[in-house]
Design a protein around this ligand. Structure first.
Ligand code: ATP
Length: 435
């Protein structure tokens, strides 16, 4: 059943010269210590598909930790090992890393396998993986360098663009694979094979997705958010009725697509802004019709920070006031400023995508983001003190009022700022006397 195919040409074509040199080094060590070593998983899939992927994921038929330590004597990176799993990583400069796993019996306890069948260690390792397309290996051991190990028909499935699980209990063993299925289906434009699809639907129907741990779930969603046009994956998750258990409270509407496209277009800029929660920003269009009563459910489901839910709740509470302000014809800039200030940054950037580029609202939000948000008064607390104003909490109010005045076009220089401060100090005093 094992295809004896040599794909060394594809391996050569896939990797950079530097990576090939690294692979040769590994293969030399493998020969010296007599340990069979393979490239495995996603990178094998992408080598065959001809898709860029610079991961170096290796399985060694021996002790991966010892192997990585030996290799690192030649590389001078940093080794981080996880003895309970028999895995190890070498971190090198420029974010390059090599991942090692041990294909050895002591690391396995897999429920889906028939106990009376003799499996090789490599085959066992591959059998624990998610889909046939991810369950292949390529030998980098010198005597059969480039030989493809495909026990489960992954090569044929790749050719036919089919996504298939390895055994019927796959989704039960790990329901997170159902989200991965959607990711691979859309990313490669594959077809989920009918039996796999029926098991996927059963998994969803039986609410097995609820048992995915928050951190795992968030990781899988994040992998989707890394991809171009990630909204198409969310849409598919919605179609398959997976959203209620992974993003409770969220729904999908057709008009979201355009908003997601706008949000994604601004992502490179938004990512550079301090204080932005990228995860929240990427999902903002979903919160437009979000059932905000469910916020604690969502927070719990994804182990989100309280900050996250505060922001969503703020958006919901201030949205309508905000919108009437930015759309209003006759309104002072400072009024708009105050509305924008209440709105979490993630949602401000979202609303920018919500309004057409040339609209008044869009221009105003832009002005807030580019100009008003960071506007500074010339005068500081120390200047007020020098002006003979008694220090106290009113300093903050006075300086804030001054800022609003500047936004409205007053107080253009230090002198004018001082004038305004004097006036507002008089007002503060008067208020004090009245009391
Ligand atoms: P990508 O290129 O999108 O990162 P990948 O296949 O490399 O895809 P990873 O999440 O990095 O994705 O996983 C690496 C490999 O580990 C997969 O190819 C698969 O063989 C295996 N794997 C990952 N997650 C699971 C899982 N939940 N169940 C079984 N095998 C998994």
């Amino acid at each position: 059943e094992l295809t004896r195919l040599n794909v060394s040409e594809s391996v050569f074509a896939h990797f950079s010269a530097a990576d090939l040199e690294l692979i040769n080094l590994i293969s030399g060590l493998a020969r010296r210590v007599g340990v069979r070593t393979y490239l495995v998983g996603g990178v094998v899939r992408d080598i065959i598909l001809g898709v860029p992927n610079h991961d170096l994921d290796l399985v060694v038929e021996g002790d991966a930790i010892e192997f990585s330590q030996n290799l690192n004597r030649l590389l001078n990176g940093k080794v981080v090992s996880y003895p309970p799993f028999g895995t190890s990583v070498i971190f090198m400069k420029e974010k390059k890393r090599i991942d090692f796993a041990s294909a050895r019996k002591e690391f396995y306890a897999f429920p889906g396998a028939a106990p009376d069948v003799e499996y090789s260690d490599l085959k066992k390792d591959l059998f624990r993986r998610d889909f046939t397309l991810n369950a292949m290996a390529i030998s980098i051991y010198p005597d059969n360098w480039g030989e493809l190990y495909d026990f489960f028909g992954g090569y044929r499935d790749l050719r036919n663009k089919i996504l298939r699980i390895l055994h019927p209990l796959s989704f039960v063993d790990d329901p997170a694979r159902s989200i991965r299925a959607v990711r691979f289906e859309k990313k490669y434009d594959f077809h989920i094979e009918p039996f796999t699809m029926s098991l996927l639907k059963q998994t969803i129907r039986k609410n097995l997705l609820d048992s995915i741990k928050p951190d795992r779930l968030k990781e899988e969603i994040q992998l989707i958010l890394e991809l171009p046009n990630y909204y198409r994956y969310l849409e598919r998750l919605y179609q398959l009725e997976m959203i209620p258990s992974i993003l409770p409270g969220c729904i999908w509407k057709r008009e979201y697509s355009d908003r997601f496209i706008g949000v994604e277009r601004r992502l490179p800029e938004v990512k550079t802004i301090i204080g932005i929660d990228k995860f929240l920003y990427q999902l903002t269009p979903l919160f437009d019709d979000f059932d905000v009563k469910q916020i604690s459910l969502l927070q719990k489901r994804l182990a989100l920070s309280r900050h996250f839910s505060h922001k969503v709740v703020s958006y919901h509470s201030y949205k309508s006031e905000f919108m009437s302000a930015v759309e209003e014809k006759d309104i002072r800039p400072s009024e708009i400023y105050l509305r924008c200030r209440l709105m979490p940054l993630e949602f401000l950037y979202f609303l920018l995508s919500f309004y057409p580029e040339k609209s008044l609202a869009n221009q105003r939000i832009n002005r807030y983001l580019k100009e008003w948000r960071t506007i500074k008064t010339i005068l500081k607390g120390s200047d007020l003190q020098e002006m003979g104003i008694k220090a106290g909490p009113h300093y903050a109010t006075m300086l804030d009022e001054l800022k609003l005045a500047k936004i409205d076009g007053y107080a253009k220089n230090r002198f004018e700022e001082e004038q305004l401060i004097k006036q507002s100090w008089e007002r503060v005093n008067k208020r004090g006397e009245q009391r």
